[in-house]
Design a protein. Structure first.
Length: 758
């Protein structure tokens, strides 16, 4: 099946044009105020933002809603300049709201008045103002939003009232457009000049923060122009199937719809180039092309490029991204119509593939079709999400399944119950603007990304000639991509990059390998690769055990056998126990994949419940022992390594054919107990025992030789392996060839599967 995937990106100069009204900022700056001696404010939204703590678009009308408004931090620094040691001692998160005619707040604050004709001080009292919108209420001592609100997105906190320096707003983006919260910061709307004794001082240019402002003339306003701190991204998705080419170009308008028995489900989508968490520094400029300053949540580093992944919410063990853990998937915010969160209706499958919804209030999922829909759970097709832009390029990776109901197949769809074919696709694309430049998101702009999942149906053609001539069949299996696409051939830069790793491997114009990364990973995932950290099944370890937290206690000594490894855990079975023979045969889980000799581990039941017992484990070696004077007299057993110096190894007997030796310790003058070698045993005080051991063999790990011999037999694909697509029957496994292949790798292939090099 042909899988085609491309994006269309559109950038607009501002977030929205819905803002058509003005507020007091469009009125004369001498408009009536509460008190001419008080600090008075005005505000203007620069064409469309969001509401305080709730979703929606913040226009001037919304900002002037009595329940919205903006928050102000004000710093009084006497005659000194504002600095990193200044604290918000004049206003902290002061809510400024519109009462229908003017902006008001309480308690009212007055301008300091030590400098002027009648003042006794020569210093200039200074105030510094920072503002954000929309306003949220917090606990001043912590900067946290109240527990009753318990926000998980939008403005979730800010610096406390004791914090020094610039104020920060903590922000979490929401991937649901209907819950988006747009964050703005305030700068001077117009040039601001305070005049004292007919002398202009402390000028603030439009677009700059209000820093070190002295008392202005009567009737002046601190007039904030709120700028967008976020970028808006609208993502839409559809399919383009079986294009009819018009003038040599694909025409989406001629795309066919998805077959009634096929569904295309989005599993996950990953965005690189923006992030969903950060802290906004309100001391940001909006002049000379500068924008909001975003910082990491936990340190003073500028916010780095995030990797934001939205999953479909399924917990079926196939989450669409490598190493994804089902139980840790984030709640689905993808459009419910394009994700498989609902079961198939098995009773209706004979007629057509029908999907039922578990929520009666929502439409039944349809999968991705030829009709564009919003990728997210949005009210409207064009509703965007608001995100934190970074200085990184925008990159998108989408994982989706193409599933076709077919009762004739032995395989199943992703639900594991309905028969059919399910093919997972992973596509990655670096986004570019229409002029070919790489895209980097900017605050205050809206971007539209159209995801077109291109598919081509498999077509057949057959003809039969008249008798007695032989019957012929032509089969057309089209490539999964347009063979004339220039991107499928090495450019000069791509060839140079490839040859830097493998000199003279390719030339400019050579066709790129046809194996997809998904095919390669799927093939390699079926291989049983050993390595030197792999614990051999049935490996034996000796142990000392004790009550967790009390190493002086004892639960017994003995041996355990490895019976399984999965998900970074090892399951062991008790073989012997000195104190509790009834424990023999019991199984426990150790939260480690590598039982390193001499390490300590806590035991858990098979339900992963702590037992309260910890063990110190030791690698065990088998031996054949004999008297130095009589090499023909052998007895057998096992020892565990309990200590090593630079030149010696101390071992303790775990089992022995001859009674009375278990628990005895001996010294071997070697640190590497190599398989097959012979070693003399010495007492701990250095006296010779007259005993030697030979044929020492580790019971714990695969040898390097075993690993190399095993890996030499494996057929590993890689991205440089060429593939040709033909109709030659020799390109497919016969029953005999499949049996021969499966003799070394059981269940790897089926008769009729295409051979790896075909």
């Amino acid at each position: 099946m042909k899988q085609k995937f491309y994006f269309m990106l559109v950038a607009a100069a501002a977030l929205f044009t819905a803002c058509s009204s003005n507020d007091l900022s469009e009125s004369p700056t001498t408009a009536p105020q509460l008190d001419d001696s008080a600090v008075n404010f005005s505000a203007y939204v620069n064409r469309g933002v969001t509401r305080a703590g709730t979703a929606g678009t913040l226009t001037n009308e919304v900002l002037q809603n009595a329940q919205v408004g903006f928050g102000v931090f004000a710093y009084y620094s006497d005659s000194e300049s504002y600095s990193e040691t200044s604290k918000p001692n004049f206003m902290y998160n002061q809510n400024v709201a519109y009462n229908g005619t003017q902006w008001t707040y309480s308690p009212l604050k007055y301008w300091p008045n030590e400098y002027g004709k009648n003042a006794t001080s020569e210093g200039q009292d200074r105030l510094t103002f920072f503002a954000y919108a929309p306003y949220v209420n917090v606990n001043p001592s912590t900067g946290r939003v109240g527990k009753e609100d318990n926000p998980t997105s939008g403005i979730v906190g800010m610096t406390s009232n004791t914090a020094s320096g610039d104020p920060y707003i903590k922000y979490y983006a929401d991937m649901n457009p209907d819950k988006r919260v747009d964050l703005c910061w305030g700068v001077a709307k117009e040039d601001f000049t305070a005049t004292v004794d007919e002398e202009a001082i402390n000028e603030v240019a439009a677009g700059e923060p209000y820093i070190d402002v002295v008392k202005p003339t009567t009737g002046s306003l601190i007039n904030f122009d709120f700028k967008h701190a976020l970028a808006a991204v609208n993502v839409q998705i559809d399919t383009d199937i079986d294009f009819e080419r018009v003038n040599g170009q694909d025409d989406p308008a001629n795309a066919a719809n998805v077959d009634a028995f096929t569904r295309i489900w989005v599993r996950s989508i990953t965005f690189e180039g923006f992030t969903d968490k950060g802290r906004l520094n309100l001391n940001s400029r909006a002049t000379a092309g500068e924008g909001p300053q975003w910082f990491d949540l936990t340190n003073d580093s500028p916010v780095a490029s995030g990797c934001v992944t939205i999953y479909d919410g399924r917990t079926d063990g196939k989450e669409g991204r490598e190493n994804a853990i089902a139980k840790k998937e984030t709640p689905a915010t993808l459009n419910c119509k394009i994700v498989q969160n609902n079961p198939y209706d098995k009773d209706a499958l004979d007629a057509a593939l029908v999907v039922v919804s578990t929520d009666p209030g929502t439409q039944a999922p349809t999968g991705v079709t030829k009709d564009l829909v919003n990728l997210f759970e949005a009210q409207n097709l064009t509703d965007p999400i608001y995100v934190i832009p970074t200085d990184e390029e925008l990159n998108v990776t989408i994982v989706y399944d193409v599933e076709t109901y077919d009762p004739n197949l032995a395989t199943f769809l992703s639900d594991g119950a309905v028969r059919g074919s399910s093919v997972q696709n992973t596509i990655e694309k670096k986004i570019t603007f229409e002029n070919g430049t790489i895209s980097k998101l900017e605050a205050g702009k809206v971007y539209t990304i159209n995801l077109h999942l291109g598919l081509t149906s498999v077509k057949f053609d057959a003809s039969v000639t008249d008798w007695p001539e032989t019957m012929g069949t032509d089969i057309d299996l089209p490539y999964n991509y347009d063979p004339n696409d220039p991107s499928h051939f090495y450019t000069e830069e791509e060839a140079a990059e490839y040859n830097s790793q493998l000199p003279d491997a390719v030339e400019v114009g050579d066709e790129k390998p046809h194996y997809s990364e998904t095919e390669i990973n799927a093939h390699n995932a079926t291989l049983d690769i050993w390595d030197e950290t792999t614990i051999r099944q049935d490996a034996v370890f000796a142990f000392n055990s004790y009550v967790t937290g009390n190493p002086a206690s004892t639960w017994g000594t003995g041996t355990v056998r490895v019976v399984g490894q999965a998900d970074g855990k090892t399951t062991v079975e008790v073989l012997t126990n000195s104190n509790y023979p009834e424990q023999v045969g019991q199984q426990y889980v150790v939260n480690a994949a590598n039982l390193t000799g001499g390490a300590s581990f806590e035991l858990y039941s098979t339900e992963n419940v702590a037992t309260g017992i910890s063990v110190d484990v030791f690698e065990v070696y088998s031996f054949d022992a004999y008297m130095d004077a009589d090499p023909t007299t052998l007895y057998h057993g096992t020892v565990k390594v309990i200590a090593q110096t630079a030149t010696t190894t101390t071992v303790e007997v775990v089992t022995n054919d001859v009674a009375g030796f278990v628990g005895h310790q001996y010294v071997v003058n070697a640190v590497d107990l190599t398989d097959g070698n012979t070693f003399a045993l010495f007492e701990l005080n250095g006296d010779a025992t007259g005993l030697s051991v030979k044929n020492v063999a580790s019971l714990s790990r695969y040898s390097v030789t075993e690993i190399e011999d095993h890996n030499d037999t494996l057929d590993i694909w890689d991205a440089t392996t060429p593939r040709t697509i033909t109709g030659d029957p020799s390109d497919y496994y016969t029953q005999e060839e499949a049996d021969a292949y499966n003799a070394t790798l059981p269940g790897a292939v089926q008769p009729g599967d295409r051979k790896p090099n075909s």
